[in-house]
Design a protein around this ligand. Structure first.
Ligand SMILES: [Zn+2]
Length: 406
């Protein structure tokens, strides 16, 4: 037996594409799943989960660890070290919420690149981070402050995209329309030309990656599809033909329904009345657009925009978003796929995470009920394992008799 090996028995394995298994065993070695269904080797630490459900760790793809709420409290002169502490605390909360992979899409001081490196060096424990660094924005556009690079014209956008990628970004974030956050902006207002989008896509492709767009309205989304953008965020207003086009082309959308449906969270974080009213008004079209995306069969991905571990509606934002996707029409199994396998595929890491199968990273949630039957089962996470590390263990299920974790 090699060091770092442990076994879980009495496990019902939940898979977004297959029926949940009968009780079986999982063996974990050096942070990866060595086997599912084989006996645990003699002498390995073994934990009996008593028939509980083990689902893949959650993958959520619209995260800002560094963002300040309400936005008006942002201090543009904040030292990057302080940004890092705030962000690290949110990363830890995300892990406790069951998130084992995040895609960051606009971070002050490109702090996601720093956090990813700190985790690699073992200085703290974070979910797997796919970093976007700073986002590219037109001057006066949706992107503001130290998380943005301002660009005008295709050559500036292309150079900025290269800059972020060379600084360690895994993908490139752009804003192709306005949003809901700032006074005077509207999701239907375009903020980039098609030539600018093409320039960013060219830079991303040269680095073997893709572009993710903040996209409020279908007119801009159609131009971005032509330009080669692969991943779309928010989709506040999307008509049926655009939904069908997105589906036909195999593109991805994170509806981020939590943005317009988290009134209690907004109140708790000091958002002004007009911002809350804005969200309330936008929520009707937003849900209708998500329903069109569901009906067209677009590949949807869980993205929260608000920190994934923050509380809303009696649970965490990441779990609430999975529930909202189900309320928009996905089955529980599809909502689970939107929070695991689909975003893993979009990010090109489905050979590493998103399912509980041999060979993948040991990113696991222990649950009392089956989320592929009722997605709200994710509200009761009993334990979490991220890359083989026990990051949560409410019932001491994964604790040895002398009190340590494997
Ligand atoms: Zn966002």
């Amino acid at each position: 037996m090699k060091p770092g090996t442990f076994g879980l028995t009495g496990v019902r394995v939940v898979d977004p594409s297959n029926p949940t298994s009968e009780p079986t065993s999982i063996v974990i070695e050096h942070g990866r799943i060595l086997s599912v269904g084989d006996a645990v080797p003699d002498g390995a630490l073994t934990y009996d989960l008593g028939g509980r459900f083990v689902a893949p760790g959650l993958v959520t793809v619209h995260t800002h660890f560094s963002i300040v709420f309400p936005f008006s409290d942002t201090d543009e002169n904040e030292p990057p070290a302080l940004t890092a502490f705030r962000s690290a605390s949110r990363a830890r909360e995300a892990l406790e919420a069951g998130v084992t992979t995040v895609r960051c899409v606009h971070e002050q001081h490109a702090i996601d690149v720093t956090l990813r490196e700190a985790d690699r060096r073992g200085w703290f424990v974070a979910p797997r981070i796919l970093a976007g660094g700073r986002a590219l924005s037109a001057p006066g556009g949706h992107g503001q402050g130290s998380g943005s690079v301002y660009c005008s014209g295709p050559s500036e956008f292309e150079a900025a995209a290269r800059g972020e990628l060379e600084n360690g970004a895994d993908h490139v974030k752009i804003f192709i329309t306005g949003g809901l956050a700032h006074a005077g902006e509207r999701p239907e207002d375009p903020e980039m030309t098609e030539a600018e989008m093409r320039a960013v896509v060219r830079a991303a492709q040269e680095h073997g990656t893709y572009v993710v767009a903040h996209a409020g309205h279908h007119d801009a989304i159609r131009r971005a599809i032509d330009a080669g953008v692969r991943s779309f965020e928010h989709a506040y207003v999307v008509d049926e033909p655009t939904a069908e086009l997105l589906a036909q082309q195999g593109l991805y959308v994170s509806p981020t329904l939590a943005v317009t449906r988290s009134q209690d969270w907004m109140a708790a974080h000091g958002f002004e009345d007009h911002s809350r009213e804005n969200a309330r008004q936008a929520s009707v079209d937003h849900l209708a657009s998500a329903q069109r995306l569901v009906a067209a069969g677009v590949a949807l991905t869980n993205g929260t925009d608000i920190p994934p571990g923050d509380s809303t509606d009696g649970t965490t934002a990441v779990v609430r978003e999975a529930e909202l996707l189900a309320e928009a029409g996905l089955t529980a199994r599809q909502a689970l796929a939107a929070s695991t396998t689909t975003p893993a595929k979009m990010c090109g890491i489905d050979d590493d995470t998103g399912r509980v199968v041999a060979g993948l990273s040991a990113d696991l949630l222990v649950l009392d009920a089956d989320p592929s039957v009722d997605i709200s089962a994710l509200r009761n996470i009993r334990a979490g394992v991220s890359q083989g590390r026990v990051v949560r263990d409410d019932l001491d299920l994964l604790t040895t008799h002398n009190g340590g974790h494997p």
